[in-house]
Ligand binder design. Structure first.
Ligand code: SIN
Length: 171
């Protein structure tokens, strides 16, 4: 079984896996539209739009344990959804895997918001899984290390960094 991570699952890997493959899924856009603010995927108008992330192969004997762990970890609005995964390595063929998707009908879905508003929230929010800044910076750092372009992500990262700099200058 394979699971694809596009948010914290790309950098907070607290489950055993056999193999890790970088690649993308199509027809979605990564948006900070779950509370906290953390990311979910929203259907894109462009069926070719890509969301890059990391796919993990879970062994058969660990499958039940990992699914139970991730179902609990992603319980606030995320549901397992099958999608097609396209590996970065051109020699590999696409395959089906599972993502944790916070669809527009989930009770935690915040809906569209301006990047400035999202940045203001992220600069000060913290939740049970830690600080929201940490989530954003870790995700942006991971995507940068994979040479992935994501305007929404990097634009919010820059805005949060300037908010923090402004606060630090005042104190
Ligand atoms: C994911 O990482 O794939 C799901 C969203 C999250 O946990 O940030």
């Amino acid at each position: 079984m394979w699971i694809f991570g596009y948010g914290s699952l790309t950098w907070k890997v607290d489950f055993p896996y056999q193999q890790r493959v970088v690649g993308y899924i199509k027809g979605y856009a990564r948006r900070f539209w779950q509370p906290g603010r953390v990311v979910t995927l929203v259907p894109s108008k462009d069926p070719e739009e890509k969301v890059w992330g990391v796919a993990y192969k879970i062994s058969e004997e660990k499958q039940e344990e990992v699914m139970a762990h991730l179902d609990h970890r992603e319980k606030d609005g995320y549901q397992r959804t099958p999608v097609t995964f396209f590996p970065q390595e051109a020699a590999l063929k696409p395959w089906e895997l599972i993502i944790y998707l916070g669809s527009e009908t989930n009770p935690f879905y915040t809906g569209p918001a301006k990047e400035d508003e999202i940045a203001q929230i992220i600069a000060s929010a913290a939740g049970p899984s830690g600080s929201n800044k940490e989530y954003l910076f870790q995700l942006a750092q991971t995507m940068r290390s994979l040479n992935i372009n994501d305007n929404h992500l990097y634009s919010i990262e820059n805005k949060v960094k300037s908010i923090i700099e402004n606060i630090n200058q005042k104190t």
